[in-house]
Design a protein. Structure first.
Lengths: 169, 441
């Protein structure tokens, strides 16, 4: 069960989100939709992210792979080096650096897709059409028993056009 | 100056902003069609010349021993340098929260992607037998043919590949919300294209948060990659023990030159799209003013590096270096050298340094001069040294490009214009959502 409501100001939206959280609705069940980003104060509806961590891991992973690849290639297919070592980290450092950055860029993009939910969209959940600017929608996912209380919170905070929506079949 | 130029973004209604930015996507003027046909014809001519070179062999170009890299490497360095216009400048402006960047970033990021595509073609054109380009890609094969990872040319391949991937994603990510909006307002194949590229964007706060984080991270990463790319391009030269190439400052010297030419290209393209796409209300004089200050700063930095580079060579007085230095400054290449100084320093210093003279027209003139000057700088780095290798018996009086090389070089400018025209017809050149959004600082 979903409640979809419309807000004109981030301040009234903040009041609604805080009231809903106080009524026991988890932040995971609250979604804000807008055609431009809405800045809410820290702690109102934070979305924890592991993007930086995955970027570092992606960079380190691809970087290490590139070191292993160049190392084994240089040892197995030996080029004439004039007595210098077959594998030289200084002479191939640029390649390791660039591939480390490529790994970090790739991991950032994939984490973006994942955290934004673009790769795992819940197609049953209703989504407002953001054809015009300036509208802010709040979608609340709640149990049937919470609908009345949640609706009351939304109205009290100043929401308009509160609608009860079912999951799409 | 038109009256609406004083209008700031926040007084413009959203519908008008959207309408102004989206109008070029819907309407196709005769002027647009003629321009596309013209630049398309020149680009096709370049393709024909490349085909001719492949058919007849690399002998149709003016490359000779010892000038074996010649025109193609010069254009490669030039285009990779221009590519620093976009992603690097956009990343710096994003990381420093420069609010005025908003109408500039997408136009800049697109320059990077197209310049890298064009610049990356030159090593392949230079090969002579481009159909065996895949020899450069490391894979196990029966010929036991593996690339030499120590070669700066393989460094180039990985650097440009990373920069191109990062730049495409850096351009694409902030475009997703605009594509989702466009999908709602278009029909037919455009709707299909925008919906596919929007990846199902709904405008949820999770998406906005993820986008903001991704853009911050990407800006940091791309900055490090952009600096490394042009340093690696500089090392193509500096790692060779050749007169006036084997220099420790070549890396930063190239990076400064790249940013210098990049800002000039960005200013020029901004002036063109402002005029021809009627975006005077969005690309305001203050945007040109701010970028021209950066151009002025880079002009001074370029002079500093040029003097440092040449003064140390002159003071060292090494015979093999002085020969190259002499041909550059007072010999065969002297007219080009002093023209470069005029284009890269005198003209921008006067036009941008004197406040009274600074306006969009003079900024555009300075930008054109800087682009010519930076092309000449690449020319002067490549040719005099190639013609004077350390072994004096191998010296030659020079190198003359043939019509094939000149045609291919000219056609890349047309290809750049063509790619930009197509891009501006398919995608909004200004990020509408970003333009409207005023973050809480």
């Amino acid at each position: 069960m979903y409640l979809m409501s419309e807000f004109s100001e981030p301040s009234t939206l903040t009041v609604a989100v805080q009231a809903l959280k106080a009524r026991g609705i988890a932040p995971e069940n609250l979604d804000i939709f807008s055609s431009e980003p809405v800045d809410l104060e820290h702690g109102v509806l934070d979305r924890p992210s592991r993007m930086s961590r995955y970027a570092v891991l992606g960079g380190a992973g691809v970087g290490l792979l590139s070191v292993a690849f160049v190392y084994y290639t240089q040892l197995n297919y030996r080029l004439i080096t004039g007595g210098m070592p077959y594998f030289s980290p200084w002479a191939t450092g640029v390649i390791h650096y660039e591939l480390t950055m490529l790994g970090a860029v790739g991991a950032t993009f994939l984490t973006f897709l994942w955290e934004a939910g673009l790769l795992r969209r819940d197609k049953a959940a209703p989504v407002p059409v953001l054809a015009a600017s300036g509208h802010i929608y709040l979608r609340v996912r709640c149990e049937a028993g919470q609908v009345l209380a949640a609706g009351e919170c939304l109205y009290q905070a100043g929401a308009s056009n509160v609608q009860k929506l079912e999951e799409k079949s | 100056m038109k009256s609406n130029m004083a209008t700031t973004v926040h007084t413009l209604p959203h519908d008008r902003l959207q309408e102004d930015v989206w109008r070029p996507l819907r309407e196709t003027s005769t002027r647009y069609v003629i321009t596309v046909l013209l630049v398309g014809a020149v680009a096709l001519w370049g393709l024909f010349c490349w085909g001719y070179q492949i058919h007849k062999g690399i002998g149709v170009v003016g490359k000779n021993r010892p000038s074996m890299w010649a025109f193609y490497i010069l254009n490669f360095v030039f285009w990779i340098g221009i590519s620093h216009a976009g992603t690097l400048i956009s990343a710096i402006l994003r990381l420093t929260h420069a609010g005025w960047r908003k109408p500039v970033t997408r136009a800049a990021e697109a320059i990077t992607v197209f310049c890298l595509m064009i610049g990356g073609l030159f090593p392949i054109i230079h090969l002579g037998r481009p159909w065996i380009f895949y020899y450069l890609i490391p894979y196990p094969n029966q010929r036991v043919l593996w690339p030499n990872f120590r070669s700066p040319l393989v460094w180039d391949l990985t650097a440009i590949l990373t920069y191109l991937t990062g730049s495409v994603l850096f351009l694409y990510l902030p475009m997703i919300p605009d594509l989702a909006q466009l999908a709602l307002h278009t029909t037919g194949w455009r709707r299909f294209l925008y919906r596919t590229l929007a990846l199902g964007w709904t405008g949820s706060d999770r998406e906005w948060h993820a986008l903001e984080r991704a853009m911050k991270l990407m800006a940091g990463l791309i900055l490090a990659v952009a600096v490394s790319v042009h340093t690696v391009v500089a090392w193509d030269f500096a790692m060779a023990i050749a007169p006036l190439w084997h220099s420790t400052i070549f890396g930063p010297y190239f990076v400064v030159g790249a940013i210098f030419s990049g800002i000039a290209a960005l200013l020029l393209i901004m002036a063109v799209i402002r005029k021809f796409m009627n975006l005077e209300a969005y690309l305001e004089p203050r945007h040109f003013e701010n970028l021209s200050r950066l151009l002025f700063l880079m002009c001074l930095l370029w002079l500093y590096f040029t003097v440092s580079e040449n003064l140390t060579a002159w003071y060292g007085n090494q015979p093999h270096e002085m020969q190259v230095f002499g041909t550059r400054v007072r010999g065969q290449y002297a007219p080009w050298f002093w023209l470069m100084v005029v284009c890269n320093f005198i003209v921008p210093f006067v036009l941008l340094g004197i406040r009274r003279l600074r306006n969009i027209t003079t900024i555009s003139i300075s930008s054109v001069c800087v682009l010519i000057g930076m092309w000449l700088e690449r020319f002067l780095i490549v040719f005099p040294t190639l013609a004077h290798p350390p072994l004096a018996a191998a010296w030659t009086t020079g190198y003359n490009p043939t019509w094939v090389e000149i045609s291919i070089a000219v056609s890349t400018f047309a290809a750049m214009a063509l790619l930009y025209l197509i891009f501006s017809k398919l995608f909004p050149i200004i990020a509408v959502w970003e333009y409207r959004y005023v973050p809480d600082e």
